[in-house]
Ligand binder design. Structure first.
Ligand SMILES: *[C@@H]1O[C@H](CO)[C@@H](O)[C@H](O)[C@H]1NC(C)=O
Ligand SMILES: *[C@@H]1O[C@H](CO)[C@@H](O)[C@H](O)[C@H]1NC(C)=O
Ligand SMILES: *[C@@H]1O[C@H](CO)[C@@H](O)[C@H](O)[C@H]1NC(C)=O
Ligand SMILES: *[C@@H]1O[C@H](CO)[C@@H](O)[C@H](O)[C@H]1NC(C)=O
Ligand SMILES: *[C@@H]1O[C@H](CO)[C@@H](O)[C@H](O)[C@H]1NC(C)=O
Length: 473
């Protein structure tokens, strides 16, 4: 009984489906015949838009998807355009504008971004005592960069005229994130006190920061209303941060951006870069030239010789040991190699050496940093011997060779000290991080190679093996 009942039920359903589906098929055929060409247009349109969606999602992020908004002024541009020239790629490879308070004739427009005149901001109040009301004009760079109306934009990147970006690394880093979601990406200051005052959640403007296009389009619409409310704030970055906070968006921290709120010699900071692509440097006018015997601009141009060969490996720190002499060798690729005359544990080597002076005089917090630092050893013979980048080249075998030359000698008589070394040669392949390596970075390993000359040390940098540990053994 039961079986029979089921059978008839099933048959009924099959008949029902056959009838309805043939009716549907009939209907479709009829409507196709009737609608004819208009229907095929509709199908074409559907096909077109879906293929467009797929392509925008699946293609890799490139420089073409980024629009830069650089804040400058007539008084600073003359000097600082040299910094922008370092990283701005010509021949329309990059999009964006330098926002000025007034524009005079540009002498060398081909190698620099176009200049845009900032809109009038006199209608906004500025009530921070002792501050500069240009903060409003600079904050509105966000709005005015969006208003450039570029198409196919995924990211807006903002910075000052003394922010030195590494564009390829920006592209790589931003490609980790979905630009269709709301992202505000940047870094805070090196100084605890600055972050306490301005906010740990604020992307410091000089370090540069990125806003996804989906968020920037909304921010641009509401920004002026925020400016009215935050007249009491000091800077432009605080205004952007406050408005994003009102939109409910927090900071995504990327430690490759560098505000560089430091004075003097930034060697210690640069030599111990976190394992993440270098995205920016800032405040070159407040810090010593990063290479000895060079002007600030010459030194940065020298650094960019390495950036142009392997942007992603810039400053990446690798540690290895010379067993024979018990030396600890720290390679900060593209910048410097240090040889410490003794055995050091890895966590000590990756701490930032305090080579710099504090940003501003003040209370104890003014020299409290947001990372671990260690003082330089009081005995010059216990400090590292520093070898600075001399040259870097791409070999035919695809390997990259960089040479580092000893800069000065402060300790002359120690037996087995690294003093007799003059040159360090470092061999690597070109770094091209994939999405997984960007999301879960790992430091590379290095080996000391048998050297061909007694005054030369040769090092090869490579990916570590699965269970490889970096220690002296
Ligand atoms: C996207 O980038 C990855 C990693 O760099 C690369 O392997 C892949 O070929 C790229 N895809 C396209 C379509 O360019
Ligand atoms: C951008 O588009 C908006 C709205 O369509 C328009 O008001 C504005 O003038 C355009 N800006 C530029 C620089 O073309
Ligand atoms: C690179 O520098 C090393 C020493 O620092 C030197 O021996 C070599 O000739 C230089 N190579 C080039 C191509 O300049
Ligand atoms: C810097 O210049 C001084 C004096 O001209 C020279 O003795 C020294 O070797 C130079 N240092 C480097 C790293 O070139
Ligand atoms: C080396 O000695 C010079 C001159 O005495 C000094 O200016 C410099 O700071 C010293 N450098 C290091 C790393 O000790």
């Amino acid at each position: 009984m039961q079986l029979f009942k089921k059978h008839t039920k099933a048959q009924f359903f099959i008949n029902f489906i056959l009838v309805t589906s043939s009716f549907c098929g009939f209907y479709v055929i009829i409507s196709l015949l009737i609608l004819g060409s208009s229907n095929s247009k509709l199908l074409q349109h559907l096909h077109h838009s879906s293929s467009q969606d797929v392509s925008t999602i699946s293609t890799n992020t490139t420089l073409d998807h980024i629009v830069f908004g650089i804040a400058s002024s007539k008084s600073s541009w003359t000097k600082r355009k040299d910094y922008v020239k370092l990283w701005w790629k010509t021949n329309n490879a990059m999009k964006g504008c330098v926002f000025m308070d007034s524009i005079s004739n540009e002498d060398d427009p081909s190698s620099l971004p176009p200049l845009c005149l900032s809109r009038d901001t006199s209608r906004f109040r500025y009530t921070f005592k002792g501050g500069l009301r240009s903060a409003i004009r600079v904050a509105r760079v966000v709005v005015e960069t969006v208003a450039l109306n570029h198409s196919n934009v995924r990211w807006y990147v903002f910075g000052d005229d003394d922010t030195i970006f590494l564009p390829e690394n920006l592209v790589k880093t931003l490609s980790k994130y979905d630009h269709e979601l709301w992202y505000y990406i940047g870094a805070h200051s090196e100084i605890y006190e600055q972050n306490r005052l301005f906010g740990f959640g604020m992307a410091f403007g000089g370090a540069g920061f990125a806003i996804s296009s989906s968020l920037a389009n909304v921010l641009a619409k509401v920004f002026d209303s925020c400016l009215e409310r935050y007249h009491h704030l000091y800077g432009s970055d605080g205004r952007v941060y406050s408005c994003l906070a009102e939109l409910g968006v927090g900071l995504t921290h990327e430690p490759g951006f560098h505000q560089v709120d430091l004075n003097g010699n930034t060697f210690g900071l640069l030599a111990a870069h976190p394992v993440t692509p270098l995205l920016s440097l800032h405040h070159p006018d407040y810090t010593d030239p990063i290479f000895p015997n060079m002007t600030t601009t010459q030194a940065l141009q020298h650094l960019f010789k390495a950036v142009n060969v392997d942007s992603q490996r810039m400053l990446q720190q690798t540690i290895c040991y010379d067993k024979w002499f018990s030396w600890t060798i720290s390679v900060s690729w593209g910048y410097a190699v240090q040889v410490f005359p003794s055995h050091m544990f890895l966590p000590d080597v990756v701490n930032v050496q305090e080579t710099f002076k504090q940003w501003k005089q003040g209370n104890v917090w003014a020299k409290t940093y947001t990372f671990n630092t260690r003082p330089l050893h009081h005995d010059p013979c216990k400090r590292s011997t520093i070898f600075y980048l001399d040259n870097v080249s791409f070999g035919e075998d695809g390997m990259i060779t960089s040479y580092y030359k000893k800069s000065f000698q402060n300790c002359s008589n120690e037996l087995g000290s690294p003093n007799k070394l003059e040159v360090i040669k470092v061999v690597t392949n070109k770094l091209d991080l994939d999405i997984k390596q960007l999301q879960a970075p790992r430091r590379h390993c290095c080996d000391v190679l048998p050297s061909s000359a007694s005054d030369q040390l040769e090092i090869s940098v490579r990916e570590c093996k699965d269970e490889e540990l970096i220690f002296m053994h």
